[in-house]
Design a binder for this molecule. Structure first.
Ligand code: F6R
Length: 258
């Protein structure tokens, strides 16, 4: 049990928090601790990062720690989970733009240590591009910590229902629900790309530590399926049940059905 009244550590790597802010601050603390531990060892902290609504307060807190508590990101090497395809990095809806706006533009990460799938490469170059992305993660010894959100259909990264648990970085088709959820960002559904580049489920599951953060009532149904349901490629996040290095961090609303 934690001493924090807003947070309860339960069995099976489950941390329940009073609200989205508490959950996000807890995740930010863990990321900051890892970065500082690796700094003491003179090593890089290799972070797998997510976009979307879920990590926004986490990133806000990391920026605050950088600006007010001296947290440095000079040893951070980051790999983002995914990017729409095709999209230009300078497009407002791109995850390159998102990361600059919500995190990288405000911290001292070294630009050459930032990796986000570049989804402006020609179709015949994608397979090689994805292999190189995967090889770069391996060259750093794999991900020390992967931060995940979860899609309402159970996707992690853009590994949609039906994705193989052995999948690695590749071009994927986006599920209709994923495209619908992205509609607000793009304006109309026809502007939402049909494809994305996503790191694979195998790539994710090989991370040394995985934090899955889920916030809000609209995640409660899928969280209950992912944590308590059958392990199945139809709910990609269900594979995480088998992994000892996973921690689920949920706010009260997301945890309502477990
Ligand atoms: C984003 C990503 C996705 C999101 C998921 C939840 O990089 O990989 O899996 O984490 O779609 O999105 P939000 O947080 O917007 O609910």
């Amino acid at each position: 049990m934690s001493n924090n009244p807003n947070r309860t550590s339960c069995a099976r790597n489950l941390t329940l928090c009073a609200n989205a802010e508490q959950a996000s601050l807890y995740v930010a603390e863990q990321i900051a601790e890892l970065i500082q531990e690796q700094q003491k060892l003179g090593k890089p902290a290799v972070l797998g990062l997510a976009t979307g609504n879920t990590p926004k307060i986490v990133y806000q807190e990391l920026i605050r720690m950088h600006q007010h508590e001296g947290l440095s990101f000079h040893n951070v090497v980051s790999f983002n989970l995914d990017e729409y395809y095709p999209i230009y990095p300078e497009d407002d809806q791109s995850y390159t733009y998102f990361m600059r706006k919500y995190l990288f533009g405000h911290i001292d990460i070294q630009p050459h240590n930032i990796h986000i799938p570049h989804a402006d490469c020609p179709a015949d170059a994608i397979a090689q591009y994805c292999k190189d992305y995967e090889d770069k993660i391996k060259a750093f010894g794999g991900l020390d910590l992967q931060l995940l959100g979860i899609g309402r259909n159970g996707h992690i990264g853009f590994n949609e229902p039906g994705s193989s648990f052995e999948s690695t970085t590749r071009l994927v088709d986006l599920h209709p629900l994923t495209r619908k959820d992205a509609q607000n960002d793009f304006g109309t559904i026809d502007k939402v790309p049909h494809h994305a580049i996503s790191i694979g489920i195998q790539t994710i599951t090989q991370s040394k530590k995985i934090l899955l953060l889920a916030l809000g009532a609209n995640k409660s149904t899928i969280i209950s399926q992912a944590l308590k349901g059958k392990i199945s490629t139809e709910v990609p996040a269900s594979i995480l049940q088998t992994l000892p290095q996973v921690e689920y961090v949920l706010d009260r609303d997301a945890a309502a059905l477990i």
